[in-house]
Design a protein around this ligand. Structure first.
Ligand code: G4F
Length: 373
């Protein structure tokens, strides 16, 4: 029987957790690399730990020896390099760390495969990004659009993209990049704009937050559902030829539209007033059980703190090649459905947190009054 052994770096992240589920369903033996840490960051894969075909190994993209050891032990048939410092804003604060992980880290993975003599047996997927198009030179962007990276993160990722291409040509390795446009989900990190918005909408509607502060509301993105995108990562490695692909929905929306839609799902109708730093989102109506006292209040405001030194403002992907050559469907989950999935999940999460907090408060009160001992 054909060996199907996948090794995933970044397994604890949004994409790593969905990809693990997807590959386990396809009958793969799945191995993930995790970093040693004193804090628990394994929430997204907790439900997979202990499963028969799911294994974790300690390793780090900053430590080539650890990669060589894991690759040599697992002898994967496919590697998905998803690990990265993936926050664009953070890359302005930690540019050197970002370069080490997002640029040199890719080289370390490729070299680990060569050091273990697996360059002809192991296919490698590299998580590349639409941030490569940066200060865009063409709209929408496809595989032939020139790159113009516009942040330390994007510059590091550009190295990752080119070193993968170089190893493909120099050593005839099956390694390719998926140029992924923004992809979100209920597992998205809370500092990325979509999740920050859906969590805030849920908290504001349930009376646990007063206001949401954001940066550039005019920024345009092509947002897809992460769960759909991991299928395309896999398809890229099943393709006959090693090639790079854009993964996107082909539909573009602004941050403001995302806010508007998310709040609507949380029972809050907003009206945007003013411009630039003075723009605000005011509640002009509520639905369902949402507190009517929110009407007339400013719930969204702009803060300079969330502006970037250089911002990428017009990302819009053209998934024609992935659709034609891989048979991938970029329209599985619409923008509207994506926002709905995220808001519904956060509404439930916030309600559960609120209920747990109430139990804790009641218990503290009962203990203080001696009602329970
Ligand atoms: O959600 P974001 O932080 O994602 P960004 O910068 O597009 O990067 C994400 O997608 C890339 C794919 O294109 C990945 F490569 C990357 O790893 C990451 O997953 O910001 C989206 C937009 C930006 O223009 C930002 O300026 O939203 C704008 N924005 C406005 N207010 C904000 C905020 N972004 C964040 N994070 N927080 C804000 O308050």
């Amino acid at each position: 029987m054909e060996r199907k052994v996948a090794l995933i770096t970044g397994v604890t992240g949004q994409d790593g957790s969905y990809l693990s589920e997807f590959l386990l369903d396809k009958g793969y033996e799945v191995h993930g690399i995790i970093r040693r840490s004193s804090v628990d960051y394994r929430e997204r894969i907790a439900h997979l730990e202990g499963k028969q075909n799911f294994h974790l190994h300690f390793g780090d993209l900053g430590d080539s020896m650890s990669l060589v050891k894991v690759v040599g032990k697992v002898r994967p048939t496919e590697i998905y390099n998803l690990a990265a410092q993936s926050h664009v804003q953070v890359s302005f604060d930690s540019p050197e760390f970002t370069a080490d992980v997002d640029a040199t880290g890719v080289l370390r993975v490729l070299e680990a495969v060569r050091a273990c003599g697996l360059e002809k047996e192991c296919r490698i997927y590299q998580a590349s990004t639409s941030e490569l198009y940066g200060k865009v030179e063409e709209v929408p962007q496809n595989e032939n659009t020139p790159f113009h990276p516009y942040s330390p993160y994007a510059v590091a990722k550009l190295y990752g993209f080119w070193i993968v291409k170089e190893y493909r040509e120099a050593y005839d390795m099956f390694c390719c990049s998926g140029i992924l446009f923004n992809h979100e989900s209920e597992r998205r990190g809370e500092t990325f704009v979509t999740r920050k918005i859906t969590l805030a909408a849920a908290r504001i509607s349930q009376g646990l937050q007063d206001k949401l502060y954001l940066g550039n509301l005019d920024s345009l993105r092509d947002w897809g559902y992460a769960k759909d995108y991991v299928e395309c990562m896999w398809l890229i490695l099943q393709n006959k030829k090693a090639e790079d692909f854009v993964i996107a929905t082909g539909v573009q929306h602004s941050v403001r539209e995302f806010v508007d839609y998310a709040f609507k799902h949380a029972g809050i109708q907003l009206e945007f007033r003013g411009e630039g730093l003075n723009e605000v989102g005011v509640c002009v109506g509520v639905t369902g059980n949402t507190n009517p006292e929110l009407v007339g209040k400013t719930l969204v405001a702009v803060s300079e703190d969330f502006y970037r030194p250089t911002d990428v403002v017009n990302l819009w992907g053209d998934p024609t090649k992935a659709r034609a050559k891989l048979g991938w469907n970029p329209s599985k989950t619409s923008f509207e459905d994506l926002v709905k999935i995220m808001v519904e999940s956060d509404m439930a999460k916030v309600a559960a947190e609120g209920a747990a907090a109430k139990v804790r408060t009641n218990l503290a009160e009962y203990l203080e009054k001696g009602i329970v001992k």
